[in-house]
Design a protein around this ligand. Structure first.
Ligand SMILES: *Cc1c(COP(=O)(O)O)cnc(C)c1O
Length: 397
């Protein structure tokens, strides 16, 4: 081997720079199922950072459904959907998701990420323009780039600025897409979807919302942001994930029969990558059963979120502008957020620090994700730890 030839040596410098800036991501390894409490490094810690909004990731009904389905269908789909990988379970899940969302049809992908990567380039191309909220999720950004359409970012949730940009640019392009997160995952604020729908309609634009953090959280019984605003039939494309509130893994696109038929022909991750596995699909079907039977889990999630947020504010923490259970604890600089997170862990609370590039520089935070799985005692335990560490580090008085 040529010892001079070391073309990846630059990575060492990059990693050192990340560590220097407090932006290096330390990955904790979990030795237990997801739930209110986790085992990490041999210790029981309170879990405040999973997207397991409803506690479904280890729900006995989902686990049982997955086991039964594996006995009947095995484990893997063994091919892409279009060749030999579509099982009756996939078709059943798509039918049930469409009914749950109140739309004509739905199509599943391997994840929310691939749902965005598959959908956007199938809808717009070189001759087209995309108006994208500047805080949209990375998977929307990548989907936009893959489409080769002209991308114009509009100021976050600013409908007037969006309309000005549409007026200026729309005429130069064939099709136009307005795309936004439904719930913004780092701040917990909600896109002004009714106003976006009016602007999209006025200027003949397609409207797409990615409701990853609204699925199972917003709307009647967790039916999502379109249901929350009563915009059935008005939002053209609704993307969702089955990896957050649903507790499993997978992505979904809900809309018209026409849209879904097209994505089966042109959604590249659907055509060129294998589908959700048997236990994934069966567990998602069980999650739908639970959501359709009762609003109990969704109600408990909101109750827990309201309690935690109010108590954190009473302690003097800045919890940002969230309108959803997502509770950002704003800390400013990344090293402080990392120290805060490490001290919380020592106190038995697992809450990861989030810094650039996931959030803007100087807006580092700890993002707390309350769950229906938490008891009031769990939340009080967390509040005590936040109060102790917050005072120790001078974040609160
Ligand atoms: C989490 C998230 C995704 C990715 O979902 P996965 O199913 O985990 O791939 C996509 N979009 C948004 C807005 C998200 O928050």
């Amino acid at each position: 081997m040529n010892t001079q030839h070391d073309p990846l040596a630059w990575i060492d410098d990059e990693i050192a720079a990340l560590k220097e800036a407090g932006l290096y991501t330390h990955i904790r390894v979990i030795d237990s199922p997801q739930g209110a409490w986790l085992t990490i490094d041999g210790r029981r810690v309170l879990n405040l950072c999973s997207n397991n909004y409803l506690g479904l990731a280890n729900h006995p009904r989902l686990v049982q459904a997955a086991k039964e389905a594996m006995d009947k269908y095995g484990v893997g789909p063994a091919a892409v959907r279009t060749i030999a990988g579509t099982m009756s379970l996939h078709v059943e899940l798509e039918r049930r998701l469409a009914a749950f969302k109140g739309v004509e049809a739905a199509i599943t992908f391997q994840s929310g990420f691939t749902a965005n990567l598959g959908t956007i380039p199938a809808i717009v191309g070189r001759e087209d323009v995309i108006f994208s909220d500047q805080l949209n999720h990375a998977s929307i950004i990548d989907g936009c780039r893959l489409s080769r359409a002209k991308i114009i970012a509009y100021p976050h949730n600013d409908v007037d600025a969006l309309e000005d940009l549409i007026k200026e640019h729309r005429g130069n392009y064939r099709r136009a897409l307005v795309v936004t997160d439904g719930v913004f995952s780092m701040d917990g604020d909600i896109a002004p979807l009714p106003q976006l729908a009016e602007v999209a309609k006025r200027h003949n634009c397609i409207l797409m919302v990615d409701d990853a953090h609204g699925e199972g959280v917003l709307g009647r019984g967790g039916r999502g942001i379109v249901d929350h605003f009563g915009l059935h039939g008005i939002v053209d494309i609704e993307v969702g994930t089955l990896s957050k509130a649903f507790g499993v893994v997978g992505g979904v696109v809900a809309g018209s029969k026409r849209l879904v038929e097209w994505l089966r022909q042109r959604g590249r991750p659907f055509l060129f990558s294998s589908a959700m596995t048997v236990p994934d699909v069966a567990a998602c079907l069980a999650a739908l059963d639970l959501l359709e039977e009762s609003t109990e889990l969704v109600d408990r999630l909101w109750e827990n979120a309201r309690y935690f947020k109010a108590e954190m504010q009473a302690l003097g923490f800045d919890t940002g502008q969230s309108e959803t259970p997502i509770t950002p604890v704003m800390l400013g600089e990344a090293p402080l957020a990392q120290t805060f997170s490490r001290r919380l862990f020592e106190e038995g609370v697992f809450a990861t620090a989030i810094g650039y590039p996931t959030v803007p520089r100087g807006a580092a935070r700890i993002r707390v994700m309350p769950s229906a799985a938490h008891t009031k005692e769990d939340l009080d335990f967390a509040l005590q730890a936040f109060a102790k560490v917050g005072r120790e580090l001078g974040v609160i008085g």
